[in-house]
Design a protein around this ligand. Structure first.
Ligand code: HEC
Length: 163
């Protein structure tokens, strides 16, 4: 009887001690890459955070899952493959390379892969892996992080009939 009580007290103390081990607030201090899909570091100033819309944040999640291995120099798991791929893919923030691409072109190359457009087959097709919404989200993410910033093409000038 006495021994059981002592054991129970010992277990209770152990549990209390274990619970005490976890510093207050430690549940919030998670890997920043896991809980920061709603922002991204500015490519031209790492101290600045760019806020992302819901769609852009979805795009970031997709980018970090599928594209980061070739379209960034660093990945959450260490260095990327980018420098081993020929031709070397543009980093996602490279506005000089990507801003000139139309939405239609981007959507097509992501959906059908490079070979469908006479480009390198090292750019895989994602039409079977990602939904159209996901592809649009990852495009929205690319537009959000571009440096120099992406500016949507202006509407074509209205054609004024010449009399
Ligand atoms: C295995 C490496 C690899 C992965 C993964 C990859 N890409 Fe690519 N990507 C390439 C290569 C290589 C090219 C360049 C093709 C060329 O220029 O011939 C490219 C080209 C592109 C282009 C067109 C650039 C241009 O100037 O024409 C876009 C847009 C693109 N990738 C988006 C993506 C997106 C979005 C993902 C993820 C869903 C992705 N890529 C995943 C290798 C990759």
């Amino acid at each position: 009887m006495m021994a059981r009580t002592t054991t129970a007290i010992a277990v209770a103390c152990l549990l209390a001690a274990l619970a005490g081990c976890r510093p207050k607030g430690s549940m919030e201090a998670r890997d920043p890459l896991r809980n920061a899909f709603d922002t991204v570091a500015d490519a031209s100033d790492a101290a600045k955070l760019v806020p992302l819309t819901y769609q852009q944040a979805q795009g970031k999640r997709i980018f970090e899952t599928y594209c980061v291995w070739c379209h960034a120099d660093a990945t959450p798991a260490g260095p990327s493959n980018r420098s081993n791929v020929t031709p070397m893919p543009a980093v996602i923030t490279d506005g000089t390379a990507l801003n000139g691409l139309s939405d239609e072109y981007m959507q097509t190359i992501i959906t059908l892969g490079g070979s469908a457009l006479g480009k390198s087959a090292m750019m895989p097709p994602y039409g079977e892996t990602l939904k159209e919404d996901d592809i649009r989200a990852v495009m929205a993410y690319a537009r959000a992080v571009a440096q120099p910033p992406y500016e949507p093409a202006a509407r074509p000038k209205p054609q004024i009939p010449v009399k």
